[in-house]
Design a protein around this ligand. Structure first.
Ligand code: ATP
Ligand code: MG
Ligand code: MG
Ligand code: MG
Length: 481
């Protein structure tokens, strides 16, 4: 009998509720915080408390937070453990308990509640955090061979360029204990999976990069639900868990393939659909509308990548006999079906989500076909030219920009298709084109401003006009960070 993802979420929350934590709802994917585009971790809704800007309502809380990480989009389907959308289970202390309790409970949760064999759990601590090392070793009894000291990249957690941060300690699961201690590397993802991060949040990182001690010492943790499900369900990757696999099965059905029997490339594509449809459903449910700026661009890019991925898999039509119909809604229905305990509101919003998705898919398909032909031609030309000049094949920034501007190809998709053919992209040229367009839009914007008079807030009118490239350059920087 499998340990369902839903039961893992419930048991985590109950475990911490029994230890004095108040169970709070997940915050929206759209954060109440201008410095971040999307909710990337459970701590985000508590940032003002950590910073001492608002008083705590409770000393301890626990949540199952829905998260989006666009920085992992390239990892989707390629690693066993990364998604754009995932759930982070967290326990938090607002100036209440600190390292000792956080470490002991994380251990008890992992080895007793979830029953992981103690000799399969490894931990990391920040290089000079002797206190955490000693708690793990002297109090919990983890052998020194299973404790790794690691540097800032892995074990100093920051939520962004600035904001609350601190050294952390992470728990890893060992799939191959028979390989022994010697040369064990926690970064080896064939052998280990990071599943739980305990952040000892005690600093505020300032604009100048300096660390200011917070008034209180806090705990912020995150356990990846899909990763724990992978471990407990004994499946080879997060995608084969009951949290995601039904979506993949639906996509396989539409593509007329069997996931298990198909080739590796199609497997990756099916995983992309399994991942992206979840992200898309929860983003639209939280009010994000496809557009060319900021969060809207994130969801648009995911939808377009999903459309293209479905076409690569040979999916045609809506799965109900309409060959001109949209197929993403049929897969999204499965994601919505699985949403009950992730976000109770999604089912009520289902018709709006499916409508939005259908409209965006059909709109994209219209231009996609023309764009694909043009891109194929551009790539053939680039390859030919490279052969003649004995240079490395490269698509010009201008070409990439035409595809973006006229055919709605996110440059990331162009890059992906080009790379499949061994062609690189002149990104600097592309950025220059974007910058030129931005300047022109700005000029147009200023011209309008003169006519209307300078008191009006014109930015409010901009989204409805055809300023498609407006602000895209800066938002893309945010999207990719
Ligand atoms: P990784 O090193 O695997 O990329 P991370 O160190 O970036 O993970 P944290 O910022 O420490 O992750 O987040 C806390 C936990 O959230 C992780 O230990 C993991 O279980 C989970 N997690 C993080 N990123 C993802 C993701 N893209 N998909 C699924 N789970 C994730
Ligand atoms: Mg990461
Ligand atoms: Mg990590
Ligand atoms: Mg981590």
């Amino acid at each position: 009998e499998i340990v369902s993802g839903d039961s893992i979420r419930r048991r985590f929350l109950e475990f911490y509720a029994a230890r004095g934590h108040k169970v709070l709802p997940s915050a929206s994917l759209v954060p109440d915080d201008p410095t971040v585009l999307l909710t990337i971790a459970g701590m985000l809704q508590f940032k003002p408390i950590f910073l001492g800007k608002v008083p705590r309502q409770v000393p301890r809380a626990t949540t199952a937070q829905r998260c989006i990480r666009t920085n992992d989009v390239e990892n989707v389907g390629r690693t066993a453990r990364h998604h754009t959308f995932f759930e982070m289970l967290g326990n938090f202390s607002f100036g209440d308990y600190f390292k000792k309790e956080a470490i002991r409970w994380a251990w008890e949760l992992s080895t007793v509640e979830f029953g992981l064999p103690a000799d399969r759990v490894w931990v990391s601590v920040y290089e000079d955090d002797d206190e955490a090392f000693e708690i793990w070793h002297d109090e919990v009894g983890v052998p020194v061979e299973h404790i790794k000291r690691m540097g800032e990249d892995d074990n100093f957690w920051t939520s962004g360029v600035t904001g609350p941060c601190g050294p952390c300690s992470e728990l890893y699961y060992d799939f191959h204990p028979e390989r022994g201690y010697a040369n064990a590397d926690l970064g080896d993802d064939e052998r280990f999976i990071e599943f739980y991060n305990l952040v000892f949040m005690q600093y505020n990182k300032k604009d100048d990069g300096s660390l200011e001690p917070l008034k209180q010492k806090n705990i912020d943790t995150g356990l990846g639900l899909e990763r724990m499900a992978q471990i407990l369900q004994k499946v080879p990757n997060n995608y084969k868990t009951d949290l995601i696999y039904p979506i993949i099965e639906k996509a396989s059905e539409l593509a007329n393939v069997s996931y298990e029997l198909t080739d590796d490339r199609s497997k990756v594509n099916l995983k992309i659909l399994g991942d992206h449809l979840r992200a898309i459903v929860y983003l639209i449910s939280d009010g994000v509308v496809p557009s060319n700026i900021g969060r809207g661009y994130v969801v648009r890019r995911l939808i377009r990548r999903a459309v293209r991925t479905g076409r690569l898999l040979g999916i045609k039509g809506d799965g109900r006999g309409n060959l001109e119909g949209a197929f993403l809604p049929a897969i999204a229905e499965k994601a919505i079906e699985l949403s009950t305990y992730v976000d109770v509101d999604v089912k009520d919003r289902a018709s709006r989500i499916l409508e939005e998705l259908k409209r965006e898919e059909l709109r994209f398909v219209q231009t996609l076909e023309r764009g694909e032909k043009l891109l194929d031609q551009m790539l053939a030309d680039a390859l030919l030219k490279a052969q003649e000049n004995k240079t490395v094949p490269c698509l010009s920034g201008k070409d990439a920009f035409i595809l973006y501007d006229t055919f709605g190809f996110p440059v990331e998709i162009t890059t992906e298709v080009a790379e499949e053919c061994g062609v690189s992209i002149d990104m600097r040229g592309f950025d220059t084109e974007m910058e030129n367009q931005r300047r022109q839009s700005q000029a147009a914007h200023n011209a309008v401003k003169l006519e209307v008079g300078d008191s009006a807030d014109l930015t409010k009118d901009v989204p409805n006009t055809e300023f498609l490239g407006y602000e895209t350059l800066s938002s893309r920087a945010v999207v990719e960070s």
